[in-house]
Design a binder for this molecule. Structure first.
Ligand SMILES: Cc1cc2nc3c(=O)[nH]c(=O)nc-3n(C[C@H](O)[C@H](O)[C@H](O)COP(=O)(O)OP(=O)(O)OC[C@H]3O[C@@H](n4cnc5c(N)ncnc54)[C@H](O)[C@@H]3O)c2cc1C
Ligand code: SF4
Length: 326
Protein backbone atom coordinates (compact mmCIF):
# COMPACT_ATOMS: atom_id res chain seq x y z
CA UNK A 1 0.00 0.00 0.00
CA UNK A 2 1.24 3.51 -0.79
CA UNK A 3 1.60 5.95 2.12
CA UNK A 4 -1.33 8.35 2.60
CA UNK A 5 -2.48 10.88 5.14
CA UNK A 6 -5.77 10.61 7.01
CA UNK A 7 -8.14 13.17 8.47
CA UNK A 8 -11.70 13.31 9.81
CA UNK A 9 -14.10 15.77 8.19
CA UNK A 10 -15.56 18.19 10.75
CA UNK A 11 -18.56 19.15 8.61
CA UNK A 12 -20.09 18.44 5.23
CA UNK A 13 -18.62 21.65 3.84
CA UNK A 14 -15.20 20.66 5.17
CA UNK A 15 -15.54 17.17 3.61
CA UNK A 16 -16.56 18.53 0.22
CA UNK A 17 -13.81 21.18 0.20
CA UNK A 18 -11.17 18.62 1.16
CA UNK A 19 -12.43 15.95 -1.26
CA UNK A 20 -12.11 18.49 -4.07
CA UNK A 21 -8.32 18.60 -3.68
CA UNK A 22 -6.34 16.46 -6.12
CA UNK A 23 -5.42 13.04 -4.69
CA UNK A 24 -7.94 13.27 -1.81
CA UNK A 25 -10.58 10.60 -1.45
CA UNK A 26 -13.63 10.10 0.79
CA UNK A 27 -13.67 7.00 2.96
CA UNK A 28 -16.94 5.66 4.40
CA UNK A 29 -17.06 1.96 5.42
CA UNK A 30 -13.80 1.38 3.56
CA UNK A 31 -14.84 -2.14 2.50
CA UNK A 32 -14.10 -1.47 -1.15
CA UNK A 33 -11.67 1.44 -1.07
CA UNK A 34 -9.20 -0.18 1.33
CA UNK A 35 -9.03 -3.38 -0.75
CA UNK A 36 -8.33 -1.29 -3.84
CA UNK A 37 -5.64 0.66 -2.00
CA UNK A 38 -3.93 -2.52 -0.78
CA UNK A 39 -3.71 -3.68 -4.40
CA UNK A 40 -2.62 -0.21 -5.54
CA UNK A 41 -5.56 0.04 -7.91
CA UNK A 42 -6.41 3.23 -6.01
CA UNK A 43 -3.55 5.35 -4.70
CA UNK A 44 -5.01 8.42 -2.96
CA UNK A 45 -2.55 10.70 -1.20
CA UNK A 46 -5.09 11.47 1.54
CA UNK A 47 -8.30 10.00 2.95
CA UNK A 48 -11.15 12.14 4.23
CA UNK A 49 -13.11 10.14 6.79
CA UNK A 50 -16.78 11.18 6.81
CA UNK A 51 -17.98 8.63 9.36
CA UNK A 52 -18.65 11.22 12.10
CA UNK A 53 -20.91 13.39 9.92
CA UNK A 54 -24.64 13.22 10.77
CA UNK A 55 -25.63 11.29 7.65
CA UNK A 56 -26.81 8.08 9.29
CA UNK A 57 -30.57 8.61 9.63
CA UNK A 58 -33.51 7.09 7.79
CA UNK A 59 -36.35 9.62 7.75
CA UNK A 60 -39.84 9.71 6.28
CA UNK A 61 -40.35 12.36 3.61
CA UNK A 62 -43.41 14.60 3.37
CA UNK A 63 -44.29 12.83 0.08
CA UNK A 64 -44.60 9.46 1.85
CA UNK A 65 -41.22 8.07 0.89
CA UNK A 66 -37.93 7.62 2.75
CA UNK A 67 -34.72 9.63 2.89
CA UNK A 68 -31.74 7.39 3.59
CA UNK A 69 -28.58 9.08 4.83
CA UNK A 70 -25.38 8.35 2.90
CA UNK A 71 -23.81 6.74 5.98
CA UNK A 72 -26.69 4.40 6.83
CA UNK A 73 -25.11 0.95 7.04
CA UNK A 74 -26.42 -1.73 4.70
CA UNK A 75 -27.47 -3.90 7.70
CA UNK A 76 -29.44 -1.07 9.30
CA UNK A 77 -31.18 -0.23 6.05
CA UNK A 78 -32.15 -3.86 5.40
CA UNK A 79 -33.51 -4.23 8.94
CA UNK A 80 -35.46 -0.96 9.11
CA UNK A 81 -39.15 -1.90 9.64
CA UNK A 82 -40.33 0.72 7.10
CA UNK A 83 -37.97 -0.67 4.47
CA UNK A 84 -38.96 -4.25 5.25
CA UNK A 85 -42.66 -3.45 5.07
CA UNK A 86 -42.83 -1.07 2.11
CA UNK A 87 -39.61 -1.62 0.14
CA UNK A 88 -39.10 -5.36 0.47
CA UNK A 89 -37.17 -5.50 -2.80
CA UNK A 90 -34.53 -3.22 -1.26
CA UNK A 91 -34.27 -5.14 1.98
CA UNK A 92 -33.90 -8.42 0.09
CA UNK A 93 -31.30 -7.01 -2.31
CA UNK A 94 -29.21 -5.73 0.60
CA UNK A 95 -29.38 -9.04 2.43
CA UNK A 96 -28.32 -10.85 -0.74
CA UNK A 97 -25.10 -8.81 -0.81
CA UNK A 98 -21.71 -9.55 0.75
CA UNK A 99 -21.68 -10.95 4.32
CA UNK A 100 -23.16 -9.78 7.63
CA UNK A 101 -19.81 -8.30 8.74
CA UNK A 102 -19.39 -6.38 5.49
CA UNK A 103 -22.98 -5.14 5.58
CA UNK A 104 -22.38 -3.81 9.11
CA UNK A 105 -19.65 -1.52 7.72
CA UNK A 106 -20.82 -0.85 4.15
CA UNK A 107 -22.71 2.41 3.66
CA UNK A 108 -25.47 3.48 1.29
CA UNK A 109 -23.24 5.89 -0.68
CA UNK A 110 -20.23 3.56 -0.66
CA UNK A 111 -22.36 0.73 -2.02
CA UNK A 112 -23.53 2.87 -4.96
CA UNK A 113 -19.96 3.99 -5.64
CA UNK A 114 -18.21 0.64 -5.22
CA UNK A 115 -16.14 -0.29 -8.22
CA UNK A 116 -16.38 -3.24 -10.59
CA UNK A 117 -15.16 -6.72 -9.66
CA UNK A 118 -13.58 -7.28 -13.12
CA UNK A 119 -10.52 -9.48 -12.43
CA UNK A 120 -8.27 -7.40 -14.69
CA UNK A 121 -9.27 -4.15 -13.00
CA UNK A 122 -7.85 -5.60 -9.76
CA UNK A 123 -4.62 -6.85 -11.40
CA UNK A 124 -2.32 -3.88 -11.98
CA UNK A 125 -0.05 -5.94 -14.24
CA UNK A 126 -2.84 -6.19 -16.86
CA UNK A 127 -4.12 -3.58 -19.33
CA UNK A 128 -7.42 -2.05 -18.23
CA UNK A 129 -9.01 1.06 -19.72
CA UNK A 130 -10.94 1.76 -16.56
CA UNK A 131 -7.80 1.78 -14.39
CA UNK A 132 -5.38 3.22 -16.96
CA UNK A 133 -7.32 4.99 -19.74
CA UNK A 134 -6.11 3.99 -23.20
CA UNK A 135 -4.24 0.86 -22.03
CA UNK A 136 -6.76 -1.61 -23.52
CA UNK A 137 -9.34 -4.01 -22.15
CA UNK A 138 -8.01 -7.43 -21.09
CA UNK A 139 -11.50 -8.83 -20.58
CA UNK A 140 -12.69 -8.49 -24.18
CA UNK A 141 -10.48 -11.34 -25.39
CA UNK A 142 -9.79 -12.74 -21.93
CA UNK A 143 -11.81 -14.49 -19.25
CA UNK A 144 -15.12 -12.67 -19.14
CA UNK A 145 -17.53 -14.96 -17.28
CA UNK A 146 -18.75 -12.17 -14.95
CA UNK A 147 -18.89 -9.44 -17.58
CA UNK A 148 -21.63 -7.42 -19.25
CA UNK A 149 -23.94 -8.59 -22.02
CA UNK A 150 -25.68 -5.21 -22.25
CA UNK A 151 -24.48 -1.61 -22.23
CA UNK A 152 -20.77 -2.35 -22.63
CA UNK A 153 -18.48 -0.80 -25.22
CA UNK A 154 -15.31 -1.62 -27.15
CA UNK A 155 -13.45 0.04 -24.27
CA UNK A 156 -14.98 -1.83 -21.32
CA UNK A 157 -17.50 -4.59 -20.55
CA UNK A 158 -17.33 -4.47 -16.76
CA UNK A 159 -20.51 -4.85 -14.71
CA UNK A 160 -21.58 -2.79 -11.71
CA UNK A 161 -21.58 -5.16 -8.74
CA UNK A 162 -24.13 -3.57 -6.40
CA UNK A 163 -27.30 -5.44 -5.47
CA UNK A 164 -28.73 -2.46 -3.59
CA UNK A 165 -28.49 -0.20 -6.64
CA UNK A 166 -30.60 -2.61 -8.72
CA UNK A 167 -33.45 -2.44 -6.21
CA UNK A 168 -33.10 1.33 -5.97
CA UNK A 169 -33.33 1.55 -9.76
CA UNK A 170 -36.62 -0.34 -9.71
CA UNK A 171 -37.82 2.04 -6.98
CA UNK A 172 -36.83 5.21 -8.93
CA UNK A 173 -34.56 6.48 -6.16
CA UNK A 174 -32.80 9.84 -6.31
CA UNK A 175 -29.25 10.47 -5.14
CA UNK A 176 -28.80 13.74 -3.22
CA UNK A 177 -25.43 15.45 -3.29
CA UNK A 178 -23.62 18.56 -2.18
CA UNK A 179 -20.40 20.04 -3.53
CA UNK A 180 -17.51 22.16 -2.28
CA UNK A 181 -19.45 25.35 -3.04
CA UNK A 182 -22.52 24.18 -1.12
CA UNK A 183 -24.60 23.50 -4.24
CA UNK A 184 -27.00 20.58 -3.94
CA UNK A 185 -28.52 18.27 -6.56
CA UNK A 186 -30.92 15.32 -6.69
CA UNK A 187 -29.77 12.94 -9.41
CA UNK A 188 -32.22 10.27 -10.63
CA UNK A 189 -30.54 6.93 -10.06
CA UNK A 190 -31.01 6.15 -13.76
CA UNK A 191 -28.45 8.89 -14.47
CA UNK A 192 -26.16 8.31 -11.51
CA UNK A 193 -24.06 5.45 -12.88
CA UNK A 194 -22.67 5.90 -16.39
CA UNK A 195 -22.21 3.56 -19.32
CA UNK A 196 -18.53 3.17 -20.27
CA UNK A 197 -18.54 4.44 -23.86
CA UNK A 198 -15.01 5.65 -24.57
CA UNK A 199 -14.40 6.80 -21.00
CA UNK A 200 -14.91 3.81 -18.72
CA UNK A 201 -12.87 5.52 -16.00
CA UNK A 202 -15.78 7.97 -15.48
CA UNK A 203 -18.26 5.83 -13.58
CA UNK A 204 -20.78 8.18 -12.00
CA UNK A 205 -22.38 11.57 -12.48
CA UNK A 206 -20.49 12.98 -9.47
CA UNK A 207 -18.22 15.95 -10.11
CA UNK A 208 -14.94 16.49 -8.27
CA UNK A 209 -15.61 17.33 -4.62
CA UNK A 210 -19.28 16.32 -4.86
CA UNK A 211 -20.42 14.18 -1.96
CA UNK A 212 -23.45 11.94 -1.70
CA UNK A 213 -25.54 13.00 1.29
CA UNK A 214 -28.63 10.79 0.94
CA UNK A 215 -30.78 8.62 -1.28
CA UNK A 216 -34.50 9.33 -1.40
CA UNK A 217 -37.16 6.78 -2.25
CA UNK A 218 -40.55 7.91 -3.57
CA UNK A 219 -43.67 6.40 -1.97
CA UNK A 220 -43.74 2.63 -2.50
CA UNK A 221 -45.26 1.57 -5.83
CA UNK A 222 -48.21 -0.85 -5.88
CA UNK A 223 -47.59 -4.55 -6.29
CA UNK A 224 -45.49 -7.41 -5.00
CA UNK A 225 -41.75 -6.86 -4.73
CA UNK A 226 -39.13 -9.58 -5.32
CA UNK A 227 -35.33 -9.59 -5.64
CA UNK A 228 -33.73 -12.73 -6.99
CA UNK A 229 -29.97 -13.14 -7.30
CA UNK A 230 -28.31 -15.96 -9.23
CA UNK A 231 -24.68 -16.56 -8.25
CA UNK A 232 -22.02 -19.23 -8.09
CA UNK A 233 -22.45 -19.74 -4.32
CA UNK A 234 -25.55 -19.39 -2.18
CA UNK A 235 -23.93 -16.58 -0.17
CA UNK A 236 -20.98 -14.20 -0.22
CA UNK A 237 -20.80 -13.97 -4.01
CA UNK A 238 -21.65 -11.28 -6.53
CA UNK A 239 -24.59 -11.64 -8.91
CA UNK A 240 -24.18 -13.36 -12.25
CA UNK A 241 -27.70 -12.17 -12.95
CA UNK A 242 -30.19 -10.54 -10.63
CA UNK A 243 -33.72 -9.27 -11.09
CA UNK A 244 -35.58 -6.68 -9.01
CA UNK A 245 -39.25 -6.85 -9.91
CA UNK A 246 -42.30 -4.98 -8.68
CA UNK A 247 -45.47 -6.27 -10.28
CA UNK A 248 -49.08 -5.38 -9.61
CA UNK A 249 -51.38 -8.07 -10.94
CA UNK A 250 -54.98 -9.02 -10.29
CA UNK A 251 -56.89 -12.11 -11.43
CA UNK A 252 -54.25 -13.14 -13.95
CA UNK A 253 -53.77 -9.70 -15.51
CA UNK A 254 -50.78 -7.43 -14.94
CA UNK A 255 -51.63 -3.82 -14.14
CA UNK A 256 -48.10 -2.47 -13.85
CA UNK A 257 -44.55 -3.79 -13.77
CA UNK A 258 -41.08 -2.55 -12.96
CA UNK A 259 -38.02 -4.64 -13.80
CA UNK A 260 -34.36 -3.89 -13.10
CA UNK A 261 -31.50 -6.27 -13.80
CA UNK A 262 -28.11 -6.62 -12.12
CA UNK A 263 -24.95 -8.48 -13.12
CA UNK A 264 -25.57 -7.94 -16.82
CA UNK A 265 -24.54 -4.34 -17.51
CA UNK A 266 -22.25 -1.52 -16.29
CA UNK A 267 -25.20 -0.06 -14.37
CA UNK A 268 -28.53 -1.38 -13.11
CA UNK A 269 -30.40 -2.19 -16.33
CA UNK A 270 -33.99 -1.07 -16.73
CA UNK A 271 -35.79 -1.03 -20.06
CA UNK A 272 -39.19 0.68 -20.29
CA UNK A 273 -40.21 -1.47 -23.29
CA UNK A 274 -39.83 -4.65 -21.21
CA UNK A 275 -42.21 -3.27 -18.60
CA UNK A 276 -44.67 -2.14 -21.28
CA UNK A 277 -44.77 -5.68 -22.69
CA UNK A 278 -46.22 -6.84 -19.38
CA UNK A 279 -48.59 -3.96 -18.68
CA UNK A 280 -52.27 -4.85 -19.26
CA UNK A 281 -51.24 -8.30 -20.44
CA UNK A 282 -52.29 -11.70 -19.16
CA UNK A 283 -49.91 -13.50 -16.83
CA UNK A 284 -48.15 -16.29 -18.71
CA UNK A 285 -45.24 -17.46 -20.81
CA UNK A 286 -46.23 -15.25 -23.76
CA UNK A 287 -46.02 -11.92 -21.94
CA UNK A 288 -43.00 -13.06 -19.90
CA UNK A 289 -41.17 -13.97 -23.12
CA UNK A 290 -42.06 -10.65 -24.73
CA UNK A 291 -40.67 -8.81 -21.69
CA UNK A 292 -37.46 -10.87 -21.79
CA UNK A 293 -37.07 -10.15 -25.53
CA UNK A 294 -37.31 -6.41 -24.89
CA UNK A 295 -35.00 -6.48 -21.86
CA UNK A 296 -32.38 -8.45 -23.78
CA UNK A 297 -32.55 -6.51 -27.02
CA UNK A 298 -28.98 -5.98 -28.25
CA UNK A 299 -27.52 -8.42 -25.69
CA UNK A 300 -24.16 -9.78 -26.75
CA UNK A 301 -21.82 -12.16 -24.98
CA UNK A 302 -18.03 -11.99 -25.17
CA UNK A 303 -17.53 -15.75 -24.92
CA UNK A 304 -17.42 -17.01 -21.35
CA UNK A 305 -20.41 -14.86 -20.37
CA UNK A 306 -22.70 -15.99 -23.23
CA UNK A 307 -24.65 -18.08 -20.72
CA UNK A 308 -25.98 -14.89 -19.10
CA UNK A 309 -28.37 -14.32 -22.01
CA UNK A 310 -30.46 -17.48 -21.44
CA UNK A 311 -29.91 -17.18 -17.70
CA UNK A 312 -31.42 -13.69 -17.64
CA UNK A 313 -34.44 -14.94 -19.56
CA UNK A 314 -34.96 -17.90 -17.22
CA UNK A 315 -34.48 -15.80 -14.11
CA UNK A 316 -37.05 -13.28 -15.31
CA UNK A 317 -39.53 -16.08 -16.05
CA UNK A 318 -39.00 -17.56 -12.59
CA UNK A 319 -39.42 -14.20 -10.85
CA UNK A 320 -42.55 -13.25 -12.78
CA UNK A 321 -44.01 -16.70 -12.17
CA UNK A 322 -43.33 -16.38 -8.44
CA UNK A 323 -44.77 -12.87 -8.16
CA UNK A 324 -47.93 -13.51 -10.10
CA UNK A 325 -48.72 -16.63 -8.03
CA UNK A 326 -48.58 -14.65 -4.74
C1 LIG B 1 -15.77 -9.92 -0.18
C2 LIG B 1 -16.79 -8.93 -0.58
C3 LIG B 1 -18.02 -9.36 -1.08
C4 LIG B 1 -18.98 -8.43 -1.47
N1 LIG B 1 -20.18 -8.87 -1.99
C5 LIG B 1 -21.09 -7.96 -2.41
C6 LIG B 1 -22.33 -8.36 -3.00
O1 LIG B 1 -22.61 -9.56 -3.14
N2 LIG B 1 -23.20 -7.40 -3.40
C7 LIG B 1 -22.93 -6.07 -3.25
O2 LIG B 1 -23.76 -5.25 -3.63
N3 LIG B 1 -21.77 -5.67 -2.73
C8 LIG B 1 -20.86 -6.56 -2.30
N4 LIG B 1 -19.68 -6.15 -1.78
C9 LIG B 1 -19.35 -4.74 -1.84
C10 LIG B 1 -19.74 -3.97 -0.63
O3 LIG B 1 -21.14 -3.88 -0.60
C11 LIG B 1 -19.12 -2.58 -0.85
O4 LIG B 1 -17.73 -2.74 -0.63
C12 LIG B 1 -19.67 -1.57 0.09
O5 LIG B 1 -21.05 -1.39 -0.11
C13 LIG B 1 -18.97 -0.23 -0.10
O6 LIG B 1 -19.40 0.65 0.90
P1 LIG B 1 -18.35 1.37 1.85
O7 LIG B 1 -19.11 2.30 2.70
O8 LIG B 1 -17.47 0.39 2.55
O9 LIG B 1 -17.52 2.16 0.74
P2 LIG B 1 -16.01 2.65 0.74
O10 LIG B 1 -15.12 1.51 0.46
O11 LIG B 1 -15.72 3.49 1.95
O12 LIG B 1 -16.07 3.64 -0.51
C14 LIG B 1 -16.36 3.16 -1.81
C15 LIG B 1 -16.26 4.36 -2.76
O13 LIG B 1 -17.30 5.29 -2.49
C16 LIG B 1 -16.77 6.59 -2.25
N5 LIG B 1 -17.66 7.19 -1.24
C17 LIG B 1 -18.11 6.61 -0.11
N6 LIG B 1 -19.02 7.40 0.49
C18 LIG B 1 -19.14 8.51 -0.29
C19 LIG B 1 -19.95 9.68 -0.22
N7 LIG B 1 -20.83 9.89 0.77
N8 LIG B 1 -19.85 10.59 -1.21
C20 LIG B 1 -18.97 10.41 -2.23
N9 LIG B 1 -18.17 9.31 -2.35
C21 LIG B 1 -18.27 8.37 -1.40
C22 LIG B 1 -15.35 6.34 -1.75
O14 LIG B 1 -14.52 7.46 -2.00
C23 LIG B 1 -14.97 5.15 -2.61
O15 LIG B 1 -14.57 5.57 -3.88
C24 LIG B 1 -18.71 -7.05 -1.34
C25 LIG B 1 -17.48 -6.62 -0.82
C26 LIG B 1 -16.53 -7.54 -0.45
C27 LIG B 1 -15.22 -7.04 0.10
S1 SF4 C 1 -13.81 -4.85 -18.69
FE1 SF4 C 1 -13.37 -2.74 -18.05
S2 SF4 C 1 -12.58 -3.02 -16.00
FE2 SF4 C 1 -12.36 -5.00 -17.03
S3 SF4 C 1 -10.35 -5.01 -18.08
FE3 SF4 C 1 -11.80 -4.24 -19.52
S4 SF4 C 1 -11.63 -2.02 -19.24
FE4 SF4 C 1 -10.81 -2.94 -17.40
Amino acid sequence: MKAFSYGRARSLADAAATANKPGFKIIAGGTNLLDLMKLQVETPSALVDINRLPLDKIEETSEGGLRIGALVRNSDLAADPRVRQHYGVLSRALLAGASAQLRNKATTAGNLLQRTRCYYFYDITKPCNKRVPGSGCSALAGFNRIHAILGGSEACIATHPSDMAVAMRALDAKVETTDHEGRTRAIPIADFQRLPGRTPEVESALASGEIVTAVTLPPPPPGVQVYRKVRDRASYAFALVSVAAIVDSVRGRIRSARLAFGGVAPKPWRIAAAEQRLTNEAVGARSFDAAADAALEGARGAGANDFKIPLTRRTLHAVLGEITRI
